[in-house]
Every structure is written in C-alpha cells, then in structure tokens.
Design a protein around this ligand. Structure first.
Ligand code: ADP
Ligand code: MG
Length: 624
C-alpha cells in the first residue's frame, strides 16, 4: 500500500468507528450537538471529495462524480439524515481505496513481469577492475561485462565467455537459452551462469529492453472505442442526472402545492438525493480502463505485447488470419540439403552464395552462411542489392553474382534449371551464366498445426497463407498444417494486394490479422486491421510495424492473444451491462419510493466494487 492509500484507510477506519458510536448514542434531544458531532466523521472521510467538487465548480467542470457525491451528502446532512450522509461518503471512499489498490496492483504486476529495466552497465577499466556506469553513457561498440545474476543492459554480441540466459521476463518462456561467443544477446535477459563480455551493437535507448518498456508504458494511452465512448457518455450523462435530480426534488412538491396538498419537500429532496447516488457512473468509468490495463498487463506477462486497448478490441473480432510462411509457420532455419547442376564444387558455390548474401538478414541467407561455415572476407564483395522476395545481386571477386528464386533469374534473363525436390531453391548465376542451384529445406514448427486448429477453436473462420516461395512448397505446407487457402510466389507488394482483397471479403464487423516475422513484411503488417509480429526479439522493424508483438516465435501465442482479448472485452461488457441493469433497477425502486439511501449506496459503491473485482480477472490469462 502506498502512503496515500494508508492515509485514506486510517481516515476510513476512524470515521467508520465514529459513525457507529454516534449512531448508537442517544443524542436526539441535542440537535445542534448531534449535527456538530456527525460533522467530524463526515469531514474526516470526505474532505478531499468536497474539495475536489469545489475545485471542479471553480474550474467550470462541474459535473463529475465528486460533485454528485458532494451534493448528495450535503443534501442528506441538511435533511438531518446524518448517518446516511456520512455513510455515502464513507462507502464511496472505500470504493476509491479499493480501486486505487487494484490499479496499483496491476501496475506493480506489469512492472514485476517487465522487470527488465537495467539500472547499470559494467565496464572494465585498464587495471582489470570493474566499474558500474549509467547504461545511457555507453557508446556503440563498447565492451561491457555481464556477471552471473545480472541483467544484460544493452543489446550486443558476445565476445568472450559463454553462459545460459533466462529470457522469461521478455518472452514468458522459462526454458533457459545457451549462448556462446559470437552469439547475439538482447537486453533484459538475465545472465544465469558464466561471466560474459559483450560488445554493444546499439545504444541503450534503442535496445530491446528500453523499446519494450516504452511500448508497454504507452499502451494504455491508446484508447479503445469503448473507453472513448465512456468519456463522451459521462460528459452528457452526469449533467443529465443532476438536472433530473433537481427536477425530481422541485417539480413534484410544486405540483402538490398547487393541488392544495402538503408538498412534503423533505421526502422529494431525499428521493432526489437517492437518485443522484444511484446514478453515479463511477463503476463503469473506473472498471473499463482497469480491464484493459489488466488484459494488456496479463498478456505482456505471457510474452505478448499489445500496443493499446484499441488493438484489444480489434483482436477480439479477428475472423480472417493471413500468415507469412517463413519464420511464422516454418522455423525459418533452412538447411542446405542438396546442390544440383553446378560446374563448380559444392564448397565453392556455397562460398560465393554466402558472400553474395553476406548483408542479408533473410533466414535463407543465414542458412547459407551457416552451411559455408567459415569466416567471410567482406572485401571480396561489393555492390550488394537485395530484391525483396526474390534474392540478391552482388559483385563477388569482380564477378556479377545473382542468388535467388526463379523470378530473379527471369528478371535478369537467365533460364534456370527447374528442380524437382520439394524445398526452397536458391538459383545461382555468375556473369550471366547459370551455375546450378542450392536446395534448402525448412522445417515446420512443432506446433504450427495445433496452433491453426486452436485458432479455429478461438473463432477464426479463415486461415490464408501468403508466401514468396514456390507453389509446390506452399501446397505441401498448407496441407500439413491445415490451412484452407494459400497463395504462392508472391512479391512483398503482391502480399499487400492479397491482403487488401481479403479485407474486402471480410464481413462488416470482422477483422483481418496478418502474422509475419517482420522480415520484409512490414508493409503488410501495417496494412492489415491488425499486424502481429512474431519472434520479434531483436527485430526493431517488426516491433515498430506491428500492433501486437509476440516476443518468441511460438505460433500458439496467436490464439492466446485472441483469447486474452476476447476475455477482456467480455469482462468490459459484463461490467457495463451489470452496472446499468442494477442502476436502472434501483432507479425504478427509487421512483416508486421504495429505495432508500442504503440501497443507493449499494447501487453505487457495491456495483463499483463488484465491477472492479471482475475487471481484475483480466489479469489472469495464464491458462487461457
Ligand atoms: P515468405 O513469404 O515465405 O516469407 P519471402 O517473401 O521472404 O518468403 O521470400 C520469398 C522467396 O524469395 C523465397 O522463398 C526465396 O526463394 C526468395 N528469396 C528472398 N530473399 C532471398 C535471399 N536473400 N536469398 C535467396 N533467395 C531469396
Ligand atoms: Mg518472410
């Protein structure tokens, strides 16, 4: 509990005890003393509400829930209903306390889960001693030391030592990862076993941990439609309620007066005050943002970053999903399985391919470099240009080298030898002559099939695969994982066209998601209703272009994200309907003269507490 909460709690306890004692004391014969005594608990518990209401009036923003509470309680006191007056304030503050505790709890929850903010970095002085410095001051290319038990503060490459990393705070995945010299490491991971020296490749602000924290912190500022609606709603609703209450207090007595009856002012004023308390909108105003906050927090705990409440809403109504293939459905760990029709030796061809691809980040390029397995002399390569979704052109040892798919070969006017193996083919040409092709094969992720089935269960109607790979490969993979439709041999621009077509085919309230790995699919990620990037650790482009970021590359997380969003939206609506229903019911009773202030207190504070409790359920998403 914060100091502020403790303070409020003390006030609530003191006022509560006083209220009970004063109610029990036989003070009926001393009206002035009784009033003064009741004023003590009333002001103890409610002075800040009165002050806020007064400030609101002064700033010409009169109608908020503080104003409602102030009018209702002052009115009750004026009518001599002291216990009720104090009680309304008292319960209202209990609700406030409760809500601030719940918000604090989910905030802390997120902070704990996102406990990745590095506080310092170690650098080694010339005499071998280690010095702690502000990570903000570290320049790119500095060697930093990360000891066992410490967080890696900045993204980089290991230059010395090997160790095991705990990535749980980033991915929600508790399996530790072994890393060795030469491996890339990202900030936010915890070094579990050995001392490592890391050469930084980014600045602190640009490092993964900082980026993710930014993202989570800004998530709640992107308001969902229901939140925007509630803000607008409260702006109209609260004044409407106030004027209705005024009408209720004044019109019936006046009518009665002209009818020659006793106007019974106090009874109508009491009813109006009850009406005011019942209609206080705080349950809805408080619980909706809290639900989204909880949902976003719970999801980030699972390694799913949702960039705003608005995306939560979209995610809940996703009916069509388009997938990229490489790195999304397949592992993107290509292995060279064959080399055909080459006049060169296998190792020569691989070396040239690896050199030509040396600057590419595509998974294909990574596998070629891996298969080549030796250090590359970068001085041998120049004029590299990568043609997205097709391959690369480069100058190696003074020769023009092309490495890529059939499209690329067609583009540079070379007839390539067709290949009959199922696999992704990298055709090679040197100085305009075809020099064979490298067959590489990718594996399905273990749970791609299950992930697609799970998505169907989560209400997705249509799954489509869009790939730049060959028809044959696409067909086999689509069949293997149970994807209904696929489109092959697409350039990145064609993927955008297809997504636009799919968007047109979506129903009115149905949304389309695109899932990719962020490598050459940023345009599609941003074109879809909602872009989901997976395996995004370390890829800034993906983190930026996507609306939902899956920290690891587990395809099961896609359905999990949808389920979390659905649960969250369901809770938001439960709260809205529940609050409105109870309040309408109580208002009806009030109009019939059955409701008293105690019922009103339940309709206000009781409903708020129930809604807040319900909203907290959004945090629990682990077993969805
Ligand atoms: P996917 O849709 O499966 O993610 P991409 O759009 O990344 O595929 O690439 C489509 C095809 O373009 C690949 O299957 C490959 O044949 C070719 N290609 C793309 N980049 C490269 C590269 N760097 N080297 C060789 N071939 C490439
Ligand atoms: Mg791709």
């Amino acid at each position: 509990m914060t100091d502020k909460q403790k303070n409020l709690l003390t006030r609530v306890i003191v006022a509560g005890v006083l209220m009970v004692i004063l109610t029990l004391l036989p003070l009926d014969d001393y009206p002035v003393l009784r009033f003064l005594l009741f004023l003590i608990p009333y002001l103890t518990v409610g002075y800040d509400i009165l002050r806020k209401a007064f400030k609101g009036i002064k700033n010409k923003q009169v109608f908020d829930e503080h104003f409602l509470m102030a009018v209702a309680t002052i009115g009750a006191m004026a009518l001599g209903e002291y216990t009720e007056g104090v009680a309304v304030m008292w319960f209202y503050q209990i609700g406030e306390l409760f809500q601030s505790y719940a918000v604090g709890k989910s905030r802390r929850n997120i902070a704990e889960l996102m406990d990745i903010r590095p506080d310092y970095a170690n650098i080694e002085n010339e005499d071998g001693s280690i010095e702690k410095v502000d990570p903000d001051d570290i320049e790119i290319g500095t060697i930093i030391v990360v000891q066992p038990g410490e967080k890696i503060p900045i993204d980089g490459v290991i230059r010395e030592g090997n160790t095991t990393l705990n990535t749980a705070a980033l991915t929600g995945e508790s399996v530790p990862r072994d890393v060795k010299c030469g491996d890339e490491v990202i900030s936010g991971c915890i070094n579990m076993s050995g001392l490592i020296k890391v050469e930084t490749t980014k600045e602190f602000d640009e490092s993964t941990a900082s980026k993710i924290l930014d993202l989570v912190e800004n998530a709640s500022s992107r308001k969902s439609k229901s939140e925007q609606f509630i803000t607008k709603f409260a702006r109209v609703y609260t004044p409407a309620v106030c004027y209705s209450a005024l009408a209720l207090a004044v019109i019936p007595p006046i009518i009665r007066f002209f009818m020659g009856l006793d106007p019974i002012w106090s009874q109508w004023v009491y009813r109006a005050l009850t009406f005011l308390v019942i209609s206080c909108p705080c349950a809805i105003v408080v619980s909706i943002p809290l639900s989204f906050f909880g949902g976003i927090g719970g999801a980030s705990n699972q390694g799913i970053l949702i960039k705003g409440s608005n995306f939560m809403e979209t995610l809940a109504s996703v009916k069509t999903i388009a997938f990229d293939k490489t790195g999304t459905i397949t592992k993107g760990n290509f292995e060279v399985s064959d080399i055909h029709h080459s006049p060169l030796s296998d190792s020569e061809l691989l070396e040239i391919a690896a050199l030509a691809e040396s600057h590419s980040t595509h998974p294909i390029s990574r596998s070629l470099k891996l298969a080549h397995g030796k250090e590359l002399d970068m001085n041998r390569v120049s004029d590299i240009s990568e043609i997205s979704g097709a391959g690369v052109l480069a100058n190696v040892d003074g020769h023009n080298v092309a490495a890529g798919n059939l499209n690329l070969m067609r583009h540079i006017g070379i007839t390539a030898q067709e290949c009959h193996s199922t696999g992704t083919i990298v055709h090679m040409a040197i100085d305009g002559k075809y020099v064979g092709h490298i067959v590489i094969s990718d594996e399905l992720k273990e749970n791609s099939k299950e992930a697609i089935a799970e998505l169907k269960r989560a209400g997705v109607k249509r799954a489509v695969m869009l790939t730049g790979d060959k028809e044959k490969v696409a067909k086999k993979i689509a069949e293997d994982v149970g994807i209904d439709e696929y489109y092959a041999e697409l350039l990145p621009a064609d993927k955008v066209t297809h997504v636009e077509q799919l968007l047109k085919e979506c129903g009115e309230k149905e949304k389309l998601a695109f899932v990719g790995d962020g490598i050459n699919d940023a345009p599609v990620l941003s074109r879809a209703d909602i872009g989901i990037a997976m395996g995004a650790l370390g890829s800034d482009a993906a983190i930026e272009a996507a609306d939902v970021v899956l920290m690891d590359d587990d395809p099961m997380k896609i359905s999990k994200a949808i389920k979390i969003a659905k649960k969250c939206i369901r809770i938001v609506y439960e709260n809205i309907y529940f609050a409105i229903l109870v309040k309408l019911g109580c208002l009806l009773l009030g109009a019939l003269g059955i409701a008293n202030m105690w019922l009103a207190i339940f309709a206000d504070v009781g409903v708020m507490v129930i809604c807040v409790l319900n909203a907290i359920r959004c945090l629990a998403v682990k077993n969805l």
